[in-house]
Design a protein around this ligand. Structure first.
Ligand code: ATP
Length: 356
């Protein structure tokens, strides 16, 4: 049994299911991200764990205790919202001490614990500042310190970094992970940013329309997405129409009257299929003998790599080319494209039209 467990948890608003049959076992000390597009039910799930929303069906247990209908205060979980919700008239130290005061912890012990946690989030020197005198990233650390100081069994984070600019956000992602590791606290974070979810989580839960579509370690999720929705939502992908020639020997990609044989890596449903190929898996080659070829229709320099779009009989194909010195072909140049066939995914075609 997981440390935190959700069994068949649903939340209905009238006929509408914001979350449906959510099943997940979370181990002690795990960092889990709930990832998905706006409205997929991430926040509702987090709020059901926090006790701010009551599930319509299902059961939530924490360390074996049924907390499904327990009041938020009794659960004692740490919650950090997007807005941080710091008390503006209190200093950093007072903000962090607040939860301990509520729990009637004696002053000397309170001071000790506040000092310890401020050191953990690297805010010792700013203990006497007010929130308005701090940057977004610093305020964010105060909010985390305030949630952690009461030593909650679980930390819940709702889009905690979304108010920060791109660079600070990236720094705070690693900082958040560092703090989580030091404390060893079981953490669940809501985000709609796939890079954020991949970079800091032990496991990512992808949601769509109130349901879980895949739960996996970041690398497996990226390399083995279950369907086209995940393939395009987690990273970028090219989708190529394909069809099964022979289920035993594999599928064949029909492009411009040429069949490219793709060896079987599993059993495929009959009929129309789709191949998902990541832009960074594609290599530029001589057009003769390449899997596909065509003119470069656009080329952008992005610092560590170039992003090319190539017009092929199979459609526009995006290719990410590492910046290793010489620039890749220019717009209008004809180039060949090739990739290791083991590195593309075979997916059911109907999911593509339904989910893209
Ligand atoms: P976002 O990333 O935009 O915050 P989310 O994935 O967190 O989205 P939720 O806030 O969990 O999504 O909402 C899931 C769905 O439930 C949405 O369609 C939302 O409109 C609906 N919903 C949420 N709260 C209520 C409510 N109190 N009454 C009716 N519908 C609600």
């Amino acid at each position: 049994m997981g440390f935190l467990q959700l069994e068949q948890v649903s939340k209905l608003y009238g006929e509408f299911a914001a979350v449906r049959d959510f099943d997940l076992e979370i181990e002690r000390g795990e960092f889990i991200s709930l990832l998905g597009p706006s409205g997929c039910g991430k926040t509702t799930t987090l709020q059901m764990i926090a006790g701010l929303v009551t599930p319509t069906n299902g059961r939530i247990t924490l360390d074996g205790r049924d907390i499904t209908r327990e009041k938020p205060a009794r659960r004692g979980l740490g919650v950090v919202f997007q807005s941080y919700a710091l008390f503006p008239h209190m200093t950093v130290a007072q903000n962090v001490a607040f939860g301990l005061e509520m729990r009637k912890v004696a002053k000397a012990e309170r001071d000790r614990q506040v000092a310890e946690i401020l050191s953990l989030v690297k805010l010792t020197s700013l203990a006497d500042r007010y929130p308005r005198e701090m940057s977004g990233g610093q305020r964010q650390r105060v909010a985390i310190a305030r949630a952690l100081v009461i030593k909650p069994p679980v930390l819940l984070l709702d889009e905690p970094l979304s108010n920060l600019d791109a660079k600070l956000r990236e720094e705070m992602q690693f900082e958040l992970r560092r703090i989580q590791r030091v404390v060893g606290i079981t953490t669940i974070m809501v985000t709609h940013d796939q890079a954020e979810a991949l970079s800091i989580s032990d496991r990512v839960v992808v949601m769509e329309g109130g349901k879980i579509t895949q739960v996996d370690h970041p690398y497996s999720l990226y390399e083995h997405p279950k369907n086209n929705f995940i393939s395009s939502f987690v990273g970028k992908s090219n989708f190529l129409a394909a069809r099964a020639m022979n289920e035993a020997t594999g599928v064949s990609l029909r492009v411009d009257n040429t069949d490219l044989k793709i060896p079987a890596t599993g059993s495929y449903p009959g009929g129309e299929l789709c191949l998902s190929v990541r832009p960074e898996k594609i290599r530029l080659t001589d057009p003769a003998g390449a899997m596909l070829h065509g003119p470069v229709s656009s080329r952008y320099f992005l610092g560590n790599h170039w992003l090319l779009s190539v017009s092929t009989p199979a459609g526009e194909i995006s290719v990410a080319v590492a910046n290793l010195g010489a620039p890749p072909p220019s717009e209008g140049d004809i180039t060949g494209l090739t990739w290791n066939i083991e590195e593309c995914r075979v997916l059911a075609a109907e999911q593509e039209s339904a989910l893209q």
